[in-house]
Design a binder for this molecule. Structure first.
Ligand code: B12
Ligand code: SF4
Ligand code: SF4
Length: 389
């Protein structure tokens, strides 16, 4: 069996294993992508994701043939997940709630994707005869958008994500590299036109040019990948986003028609109640043991407790809701400097005419005891902020 007939069979197997889209391309990256990747790294836009700038990994991303000897084809696959059921403004103003990106409402997609890719690869062993293959999902040095685009799976939008005409961008990508020669599909064409909605809506202006996201400014990076003290000038812009960000996708016209119904095929990714607009106060009470229990199967475990609670402190500081003061005071002695430091910042944001003396006095007291330089610095900054009110 060859050509389209073989691909139809591969697509049907992919669908049986829970993939919504399945396309084929050659293991090549066009010069547009290779050059843009180099410029992005040269401008340090990867921030603390140092692996993205490592020379060997950079070379491998530009040359998919370096990932598997004698590779001839790349099968690009996508799984859909349920888009947010709320509008951006409704989520932003949901009283006492935090926003978690939709892909993290269910199980960790890395685990789901890896299992499905391996199961499909087993079927391909029977279907394609003698061949070598490797599966990839997100973490490997593979330029996934570029391959998805040349395979016709979707085009790269100005927010840099892959969009499919019918299902929009609520997709997660994975690949199977194989030494079998499959007939490549036609590349996707770009349908962004004159639209720039994603660039305009981005809360931190992280889309610094069409198709270019400066990760250091992106709320997804700040809340998930970055494990330090979040630059103070960006904190207010994060609003109540506590894990990732969906704004550029939610505003995209190509996502307005994307089906809202949960994709039953991907039931493991379907939203779990506790991750959809969760209570900020509840999360701030979670201890290490509980964190591991609640987020064991969720991508949220990536931030560890310290990162998630740091993000919650920022959301509370941005809420204008002084009822959070007691919750924040309760973590001022937390063993994690990251949590203490951001709680201090949040308290200063919630200071007003009535409570400013009490908050200042509390912070001055803390300052005498605090040993961590970064937290000490946060306290000094917070006291000055309150004095200038
Ligand atoms: C690093 C990374 C991040 C970083 C940096 C994001 C970025 N845009 O680079 C951070 C942490 C910020 C991030 C955030 C998110 N990520 Co991410 N991320 C990745 C990862 C691991 C690598 C991306 C990468 O290569 N960046 C390097 C830069 C240089 O690449 P690029 O932005 O694609 O830039 C290309 C364009 O500029 C293009 N180009 C240049 N000029 C022109 C001109 C034209 C006309 C065109 C069309 C293109 C073009 O060339 C460049 C190179 O290909 C991929 C998985 C993978 N292995 O590929 C997932 C991936 C992109 N992430 C994904 C997701 C879901 C997200 C989030 C939506 C999560 C969330 N909700 O919080 C956000 C979205 C933020 C955004 N708008 O990008 C999915 C995207 C699925 C999809 N539909 O496309 C991926 C593919 C993971 C997966 N396997 O599913 N991510
Ligand atoms: S994910 Fe959010 S912060 Fe990042 S580019 Fe999109 S809108 Fe901007
Ligand atoms: S919002 Fe507009 S510019 Fe941005 S990706 Fe969607 S169609 Fe393209």
């Amino acid at each position: 069996m060859q050509g389209e007939q073989l691909k139809t069979l591969i697509r049907s197997k992919a669908s049986q294993h829970g993939f919504d889209l399945c396309h084929v391309t050659r293991p090549e990256i066009g010069s547009k992508h290779a050059e843009a990747l180099e410029q992005w790294v040269a401008a340090d836009m990867q921030g603390d994701m140092s692996w993205m700038g490592e020379a060997t990994r950079l070379e491998r991303r530009k040359d998919p043939q370096s990932m598997l000897d004698a590779v001839k084809s790349v099968i690009t696959l996508a799984m859909r997940y349920t888009p947010p059921a709320y509008a951006i403004e409704a989520a932003e103003s949901a009283c006492g709630k935090g926003v978690i990106t939709a892909y993290a409402h269910g199980d960790d997609y890395h685990d789901v994707m890896k299992k499905r890719l391996k199961a499909l690869a087993l079927d391909l062993d029977l279907l394609l005869g003698k061949h070598d293959q490797r599966v990839f999902a997100d973490t490997a040095p593979v330029l996934e958008h570029a391959l998805a685009e040349s395979a016709g799976l979707g085009w790269q939008g100005k927010h840099s994500l892959t969009i499919h005409r019918e299902v929009g961008s609520w997709l997660l990508l994975g690949e199977i590299f194989t030494t079998a020669a499959l007939q490549p599909d036609e590349p996707a064409t770009n349908h962004c036109g004159t639209c720039s909605a994603c660039i305009e809506i981005c809360p931190t202006q992280a889309i610094v040019a069409p198709y270019v996201v400066d990760a250091r400014l992106c709320i997804s990076y700040l809340t998930i990948e970055f494990d330090g003290f979040i630059p103070r000038q960006l904190r207010a812009k994060m609003g109540n986003r506590i894990y990732g960000c969906d704004d550029c996708q939610q505003t995209c016209p190509w996502n307005q028609h994307a089906a809202r119904a949960a994709c039953l095929k991907n039931d493991l990714l379907n939203p779990r109640g506790e991750n959809v607009l969760p209570d900020l106060a509840r999360i701030l009470q979670i201890d290490g043991e509980e964190f591991r229990k609640i987020y064991r199967k969720s991508p949220i475990k990536r931030t560890k407790r310290a990162g998630l609670l740091r993000n919650v402190c920022i959301a509370m500081g941005n809420s204008g809701d002084t009822r959070f003061i007691s919750d924040l005071v309760a973590v001022l002695n937390d063993e994690e400097p990251l949590i203490r430091g951001h709680a201090v910042w949040a308290l200063a944001q919630l200071a007003d005419d009535e409570n400013c003396h009490d908050i200042s006095a509390l912070l001055e007291c803390l300052q005498k005891e605090e040993k961590e330089v970064m937290v000490h610095e946060e306290i000094t900054h917070a006291i000055t902020h309150i004095r200038n009110l």
